[in-house]
Design a protein around this ligand. Structure first.
Ligand SMILES: [Cu+2]
Length: 168
């Protein structure tokens, strides 16, 4: 018992010595080294997150959001557009609806841009809820690369409310 007690005391003495001024400086430089190391991948993520919204330069197509006795759906569910076009999602009935792209299926090279082009998101690549008939949410496909962009309505995904935008 006595031996362990002495060992603890010795340990405490070493600890208090370590918390002296010079080792504090060492800790600080270590911490800043670690922080700058961590900042390297974060910089990449930040540059992606700071992509500026690209306004539409082409035409605007409309996709209706409908919920009625025939079910929940987008009309048209499949739409082909050109880069720079915009798509206006308009509630006709059966809201709330929204427009959400699955981050895992959106072409990786356009994900950051699509995120930037979606205003007021509730989460990554998800539009806010549109509650009432006539409400419209416009997504610019400015600077979006050709590819296939599947989307769905979060509240009605289980009821098959989904579609695909193809950028030519
Ligand atoms: Cu819906």
């Amino acid at each position: 018992m006595r031996f362990y007690g002495l060992a603890l005391l010795a340990g405490a003495a070493v600890l208090s010595a370590c918390s002296g001024g010079s080792s504090n400086n060492a800790d600080t430089s270590n911490a800043s080294t670690a922080a700058s190391g961590a900042a390297t991948p974060a910089t990449g993520a930040t540059s992606g997150a700071t992509v500026a919204a690209a306004p539409a330069t082409g035409k605007t197509d409309t996709i209706k959001m409908i919920g009625d006795e025939k079910g929940y759906r987008f009309e048209p569910a499949n739409l082909t557009i050109k880069p720079g076009d915009a798509v206006a999602f308009t509630v006709v009935s059966g809201g709330p609806h929204n427009v959400a792209f699955d981050p895992t299926t959106v072409p990786a090279d356009s994900k950051d841009q699509l995120n930037a082009n979606m205003q007021g998101q509730i989460s990554e690549l998800s539009s806010p809820m549109l509650m009432n008939a006539g409400e419209t949410y416009v997504i610019s496909f400015g600077n979006i690369k050709p590819g296939t962009y599947p989307f769905h309505c979060t509240p009605h995904l289980a009821m098959g409310m989904k579609g695909t935008i193809t950028v030519q």
